[in-house]
Design a protein around this ligand. Structure first.
Ligand code: SF4
Ligand code: SF4
Length: 478
């Protein structure tokens, strides 16, 4: 039986229900990537439990945890491999955390939470950035606009109550003045679920189902009517799945060891709760998919081609298994179709022109940094040019250059500070030396004076001795 829900201005939707979120049998091993600069907290041969920390948790790093129990068999290239013991024993001890509002940042950091919408930005850094501010709006992104990603929708339909608890925790941690949940109009069952659980002070805004309405700044503009994006409007944005992870971390003390992933095959669209680090070969095996499948990771629009050698990461939201047929790209015919569809009003063909050869200045002038990597331009390009790939590589090159530049600037500052320190030091030493010399010469002068006085006294006494004694003749008595 279907129910029709009326929301926002009397719009009527028929709920569309997803199948329940599925799980897979235990993989025989998992591979967890830790931060490149992080120090592993385990060594080869260690026995670990599910939920156990695998890397030291520095302030700017994302903590990683074991998603199965077993033995650490390899640590190389920042990847920790754990062979399952088949027992799935947990390190996690759920507890009711009553003092959470003050500790949310720390817990998000400790439990390795990142944005689960695809960007994987650390949650604790996002909260840290607004620590001393009162944000205007906390935007919750439930839009999920990519046509091949359904993991958030499935999660809302399955766990709306817990997601809403996570939203309330995020609202309390951020101190935002208002909270808006933005969702596309075609997600009817999810809208119904959210409306059932959201408290009155959290607003649900239904936006048109037009790609890329789920892009953070686009959704912000659609929900608030404000231009300039989230940051410029003193606001912040979390994805619904991130809110669910916040709920689990803060109230159940559960680190981020699994996530929901949409798996699209030629036969079906299914949503699985997969352990972080699950090899894609394990997924292929259980779904009877060939190991040499061409796989798009990250959605139909923004996804990137990968092979089954990869494993599930915190950012993995969707996997499309298909027989990939790459269309050969040919030269740009300057049709302008890419510029017509760009939601950021960029000039993709010109940006492309300046990626080969790479022209940093031109790319910056053409606002490459505003590109949201939505791949709308790729979709319409009649020459099948993978424009977004070029933009991503160019942005990475700029980022590397910026980092190098910052490092060089830092080194220059430190060098100059050292020179100044040495100069001051030598000045101080010079002055000290001068003072010493002056005092030495003073004391030498004093010594000389003393010596002169003594010499004079000695001379006087000598002179006295040489003067004949005065004899009394009695003449004075007359
Ligand atoms: S990927 Fe293409 S369409 Fe999308 S923002 Fe970037 S340039 Fe514009
Ligand atoms: S859509 Fe493709 S062919 Fe047309 S201008 Fe853009 S890059 Fe060139």
């Amino acid at each position: 039986m279907t129910t029709t829900y009326k929301v926002h201005g009397g719009l009527a939707f028929e709920p569309a229900r997803f199948d329940a979120i599925e799980t897979l049998p235990l993989p025989d091993h998992i591979c967890i990537q830790i931060d490149r600069d992080a120090t592993p907290a385990v060594t080869e041969g260690d026995c670990v439990l599910k939920g156990q920390t695998l890397s030291q948790c520095e302030p700017d790093q994302v903590a990683q945890h074991a998603s199965i129990s077993g033995v650490v068999t390899d640590i190389s290239d920042s990847v920790i491999t754990i062979r399952s013991d088949g027992l799935d024993q947990s390190f996690i001890t759920p507890h009711a955390n009553r003092s959470y509002p003050q500790r949310i940042n720390n817990l998000c950091h400790q439990y390795g939470l990142v944005g689960l919408g695809g960007a994987a930005f650390p949650v604790h850094k996002k909260l840290d950035a607004i620590k001393h501010l009162t944000p205007d709006t906390l935007l919750i992104n439930a839009a999920e606009c990519d046509p091949a990603i359904y993991c958030d929708e499935a999660l809302i339909q399955d766990r709306a109550r817990d997601i809403v608890k996570g939203i309330e925790i995020a609202l309390s941690a951020s101190g935002a003045q208002q909270c808006i949940v933005g969702i596309e109009e075609n997600k009817t069952e999810s809208i119904a679920q959210l409306l059932e659980h959201l408290p009155a002070e959290i607003k649900l805004v239904v936006v048109p189902a037009i790609y890329p309405s789920g892009a953070e700044n686009t959704l912000f503009a659609l929900c608030t009517g404000k231009t300039g994006g989230v940051r410029k409007n003193n606001s912040l944005c979390f994805n619904v799945a991130t809110c669910y992870a916040i709920y689990k971390a803060v109230t159940l003390a559960e680190p981020l060891v699994s996530r929901v992933v949409t798996v699209v095959t030629e036969r079906a669209v299914r949503n699985f709760e997969l352990r972080i680090g699950t090899p894609l070969t394990h997924l292929c095996k259980h779904l009877s998919l060939p190991l040499n499948s061409a796989i798009t990771c990250g959605g139909q629009m923004m996804g990137r081609m990968i092979t089954s050698d990869h494993y599930i990461e915190k950012r993995t939201n969707s996997l499309i298994f298909h027989k990939h047929t790459t269309k050969k790209s040919v030269a740009c015919i300057r049709c302008g179709a890419c510029a017509d569809v760009c939601p950021e009003r960029l000039l993709p063909q010109q940006l492309f022109w300046h990626t080969k050869p790479y022209n940093r200045t031109a790319l910056l002038n053409l606002n490459l940094s505003h590109c949201i990597e939505c791949a709308c331009c790729d979709a319409v390009c009649p020459s099948h040019i993978p424009l977004t790939d070029f933009f991503i590589h160019a942005k990475e090159a700029i980022q590397i250059e910026n980092t190098e530049h910052q490092k060089a600037e830092l080194a220059k500052d430190r060098y100059e500070a050292r020179l100044a320190r040495l100069k001051n030091q030598s000045k101080r030493e010079r002055k000290k030396l001068d003072n010493k010399t002056a005092s030495l010469s003073n004391s030498q002068n004093k010594d000389q004076l003393k010596k002169d006085l003594i010499a004079k006294a000695l001379q006087r006494s000598k002179n006295k001795k040489l003067t004949p004694p005065h004899h009394n003749t009695g003449d004075d008595q007359s």
